[in-house]
Design a protein around this ligand. Sequence first.
Ligand code: CMC
Length: 446
Amino acid sequence: MNPVKPSPLAASQEAAAVPRDTLTLTDNRTGKQYEIPITHNTIRALDLRQIKVNANEFGMMSYDPAFTNTAACISRITFIDGDAGILRYRGYPIEELAEKSSYLETAYLILYGELPTKAQLEEWIYHITHHTFIHESIKKFLDGFHYDAHPMGMMISTIAALSTFYPDAKDIFNAESRRKQTWRLIGKMPTLAAFAYRHSLGMPYAYPDNELSYAGNFLNMLFKTTELKYRPNATLERALDILFILHADHEQNCSANAMRCVGSSHVDPYSATAAATAALYGPLHGGANEEVLRMLLEIGSLAHVPEYIKCVKAGEKRLMGFGHRVYKNYDPRAKIIKRIAYQVFELMGRNPLLEIALECERIALEDEYFVKRKLYPNVDFYSGLIYQSMGFPVSMFPVLFAIPRTSGWIAQWEEMLLDPEQKIARPRQIYLGHDKRSYVPIDRRG
Ligand code: CMC
């Protein structure tokens, strides 16, 4: 039987009715039309390059300072729906992981894509636990820092210094080497952090205890004094572990982008992690939890909250711990953190700054300025209060963010390295500076 041929008219009607995954652009300078493919609701910026007025032009670019609408990679690690307040690692909701998982299990999931089997988890924990010691020479660097050096400065420098101890880390396309550097980085971050803290107190360093959990050992290295065996408080240990889960990854944020960008030059992972830690240090990123505490101290009492909010609305200050580039709803991590805060306060006593924080939140959630801009509490709004109640000085807060984020950074770095589409990161610019001009000798400059 012969197939029925559709008439040309019917075919064109059908073509018009079936939506195509393309975007048609008209360049009004030339009247030319361009059809650009759409994949995953995205067009490729390079497809714009064909749009030119003259053949010898460079071609069109897209301008997107701060990457507010530019996808720089394809990722399968973390999903955020900022409008719905959803965060998932490898598909698993953050709420379920915070309730049922441990930080090291979550780190494995983030890095390797699946929850580990019992044997895989045991092996993973064994390797991390057996890479917690740092070379004795690193203590000498730490000793060189002034007593009031910020621990993030000490962290950034010592993480970078690790690259000099492990030259094998340069072998970045060797999966075995990457695995080893992963154990080392995740294992040593708490040790570097605790040693930086002890240095600032002038206390002797407390060495890792392999019998303790990841969070428990961190508390041991921070707070052990004369006891022969440090036994972490179970509530604080679990609270810290949950905080680590909540901070483990957050897709393409400033520090993840720094990790990918610096790593794209094929530098070793310690140097790239030092760069990511530096990015995290800024007050708009991981330094925000520190700023929240300073802000609450500055506000000082419930009576001063309205005055502070007035300054924020006048654009003189920011309400730290509020707002997010991606979340235009309550940050799901902030909800979990608020719950943990009450558990920690029950044990350690209520943080007097809590009342001020709650009042800021109450006013902000009702105020038109914040509602209109969709500014809600983010992860940093309550985490500082918990850390302070646990006995951490304010300067340690961003360090407590950097420790768990290391697993996310490594996962982002590895995904970037193994992506055949990725190259050294190199954005374009729109040059609006001077045209060519001749050098003027100094005695002839006005
Ligand atoms: N307090 C007062 N106004 C704010 C705040 C804030 N915390 N955040 C944003 N706004 C206003 C901002 O002034 C602007 O108003 P307008 O449209 O009138 O100019 C509008 O909201 C949009 O702000 P934006 O700065 O364009 O937004 P962004 O996406 O570039 O910035 C942010 C995101 C997180 C840097 C910003 O909200 C902020 O500075 N928050 C305080 C710092 C903070 O808590 N950072 C931690 C982020 S969560 C941890 C992490 O992932 O690093």
